[in-house]
Design a protein around this ligand. Structure first.
Ligand SMILES: [Zn+2]
Ligand SMILES: [Zn+2]
Length: 360
């Protein structure tokens, strides 16, 4: 038997004994080294996400070591040879490659994506001693010598930022970027803008500690939500970017009023990608003529694809020694203490919280 953090009811998480399963053909069994906690885990705990049967194991961000290869398994999903003992990072969704979204639209999320298995069944979830990756679940071998903390520090946030910025044409050399929110997705967007050669990277948040982290990852300016009015933030953005405004605005705030502000901040011929509002039902008022007069593009984005996990993995590995990625982890809990890990995320004090099954 192994241990796992199990969601048993709304707001109720318990550390439980769960069975260990043999890998299936084309799958692998992984011992989890570290599992990231993400805002989505809180949505699930508070039953705000889609309905699914309980109990389930939590966690969709993981780095682990291959314990067993299923029959016929000898490569990762980028075609690299793997063996028992290799470290891997996985994309927590299996696309069916047999639905309209997968095949015709070549988009995500897959209409038939397998999400969560009940806790006593094989599960790929990462807040556990073992993750059972089914056939078709993309996983990638870590480059040699890379810190597992540096990879998990931005967890699913880095693939999310990579995929979302990709969708709006990426960040071109010399462009200016405004990022709303300095949580993990916002910080990941800072890193992507930085390595893409952005001229200015302006980050807006109310948490000064997070804004400080944003500067460490490459933000050139930060604007406080508390200390400046919306008009002052707009003026500061124009002062920094020039009268045409920013080329790209990234919403990673998960806060409805960010949307009208993002439209207002958007530049001429600019792009605005909305990522964080997936869990925020409700209305927000904009002046549609703002979009027309600025020739501005607005695009929503969710569910990064395996290629974004692969690129994020290699980006984090390459930048791990250049920016303090692993240091983004502020809280580390054992599986037994998992309930406290989710509370730490909810409190807003943490930058990144992880579950470390090696802590007993
Ligand atoms: Zn996540
Ligand atoms: Zn599909």
């Amino acid at each position: 038997m192994a241990k796992a953090a199990v969601l048993v009811g709304e707001g109720l998480v318990e550390a439980r004994e769960v069975p260990i399963f043999e890998p299936e053909a084309g799958g692998i069994l992984v011992s989890v080294i570290v599992g990231g906690v993400c805002g989505t885990d809180l949505h699930m705990i508070n039953r705000l996400a889609n309905e699914f049967p309980l109990p389930i194991i939590l966690g969709h961000e993981g780095v682990g070591r291959i314990e067993k290869l299923g029959p016929g398994m000898d490569r990762d999903h980028a075609g690299e040879t793997v063996k028992v003992g290799d470290l891997v990072y996985w994309s927590p969704m299996v696309a069916c490659n047999q639905c309209y979204t997968c095949t015709i639209l070549e988009s995500s999320p897959c209409t038939h994506a397998a999400h969560f298995a009940e806790a006593d069944k094989p599960s790929w979830c990462s807040h556990a001693d073992y993750a059972w990756l089914p056939r078709g679940m993309s996983f990638f071998k870590l480059p040699d010598g890379v810190s597992t903390d540096a990879i998990i520090a931005l967890g699913c946030a880095l693939p999310t930022a990579v995929g979302s910025m990709d969708i709006v044409g990426g960040v071109k050399f010399g462009e200016s970027v405004v990022i709303q929110g300095a949580g993990p997705v916002g910080l990941a967007a800072v890193l992507v803008a930085n390595v893409s050669g952005a001229r200015e990277i302006i980050v807006i948040d109310n948490n000064l500690k997070r804004l400080e982290r944003a500067k460490q990852l490459g933000a050139t300016a930060t604007l406080s939500l508390d200390e400046l009015t919306a008009e002052q933030r707009k003026q500061a953005t124009l002062d920094i970017c020039g009268a045409a405004g920013p080329d790209l605005v990234v919403e990673a705030a998960g806060y409805l009023p960010a949307f009208p502000e993002g439209v207002s901040l958007g530049g001429h011929a600019g792009r605005y990608v909305v990522i964080g509002l997936w869990g925020e039902a409700g209305d927000a008022t904009i002046q549609p003529r703002d979009l027309v007069l600025k020739n501005m593009q607005v695009r929503g984005s969710m569910a990064p694809r395996p290629k974004h996990y692969y690129r994020a993995l290699h980006l984090a590995a390459r930048m791990a020694d250049k920016v303090p990625l692993a240091d983004l982890i502020t809280h580390r809990f054992s599986i037994d203490q998992a309930a406290n890990a989710y509370k730490a995320v909810e409190s807003g004090e943490a930058v990144k919280v992880v579950i470390d099954p090696t802590i007993s």
